[in-house]
Structure formats: C-alpha cells, structure tokens
Design a protein around this ligand. Sequence first.
Ligand SMILES: C[S@@+](CC[C@H](N)C(=O)[O-])C[C@H]1O[C@@H](n2cnc3c(N)ncnc32)[C@H](O)[C@@H]1O
Length: 176
Amino acid sequence: MKKLQLALYVKTPVQAYETILDLGELKPGEVFYDLGAGNFDLVFRAVKPPYNAARSVGIELRRDLTTIAKEIVRRDDLENRIKVINGNVLSPKIDISDADLVYIYLSEEGNSRIRRKLEKQLKDEARVVSYDFFMPNWSPYSDCKVVRAPIIFKGIATPSVPHYFYLYRMNEVRRR
Ligand SMILES: C[S@@+](CC[C@H](N)C(=O)[O-])C[C@H]1O[C@@H](n2cnc3c(N)ncnc32)[C@H](O)[C@@H]1O
C-alpha cells in the first residue's frame, strides 16, 4: 500500500448502510463523516430520511471518485448539505471536530494510523462506526453487529460473508 493510502477502494455493500447509520444513532440535524468516502454513497444516504443529517462530509484520496461526487452534489443542488473533499484524511489541514458520527471502512493498518486523529479531534459525544476492522487500543467496543453481505471490489461482488460493525463512543474510549 502507498504511504498516503489507508485502504484500497472496496465498496460498503448497500445492504449495510442502514446498519451503519442506525448503529451509529445518526439523528436529524447531526453531522456525518465518511473518512475515505469511496463513491460517497453513504455521504448522500446520510442526508436523506429518516437520518436527515444537517451536513454530511466525505474525504477521499482518489480524485476520479471525488470529481463524480462533486458533479452529483451540483446537479442535485446539495452544496449546503454535502461537502466533498479530495484529500488525505490524515492531513492536519482536515478538521473533523464537528462530527457527530464518523464512519470508517479502512484496514487494520489504516485504523491504527487514523486513531490518534480521532482521539485528538472528536468531541466526547461523537460516535465512530468501523466496518470489518476494530480499532486497536479502543477495545472493547460499545456494540457490534454482524451482517452477511458480499465484498465488492472493482465492481465484482463475492458471495455473502459475515461482516462486523464496531461502534465506539468517544466518551467511553477516553474513560478507559
Ligand atoms: C475500503 S474503501 C471504503 C469506501 C467507502 N467508505 C465505502 O464504504 O464504500 C476505503 C477508501 O478510502 C480511501 N482512502 C485511502 N486512504 C485515504 C486517505 N489517506 N485519505 C482519504 N481517503 C483515503 C480509498 O481511496 C478508498 O476509496
């Protein structure tokens, strides 16, 4: 993996979207982040009912994916609800301190590299949902769900396998 890259682009399956947003208790008026947002599907989902996030932000390294997402934002007149950032989530210039719910689908190494930023910037009330990879040093998680779904890589889906969703609450992470 390249130095900046925390994970390859593997898409979260659509069947998992509600589990992520429900487990993370995303409420109307809150702020959602997907760190390494891929095609920004979850970023778009978060502003729709029943979640109705006030704002939804995706940060993605790949310019091709952010270009398409920016076009959809413009087409659907969502500029005041959705922010598409082409950049490195680890950059000190990227501030995530207004997040209520952060979603990450990275890798074992990606999680350990992003951990300090989350600890430093997230408020106590913030929640983090991590798909398939737990956060080292944050265990035990607050809650965990298992859903059978495919792995989707380069547009090809495998047969369904169990996937894990780990929920962390920053106030509990800091207390331990
Ligand atoms: C496993 S994919 C998840 C994509 C999306 N969140 C989803 O669930 O469908 C990880 C994504 O993180 C992006 N990524 C990897 N390292 C990154 C970094 N340092 N900054 C921003 N995005 C990154 C990859 O390009 C890829 O799109």
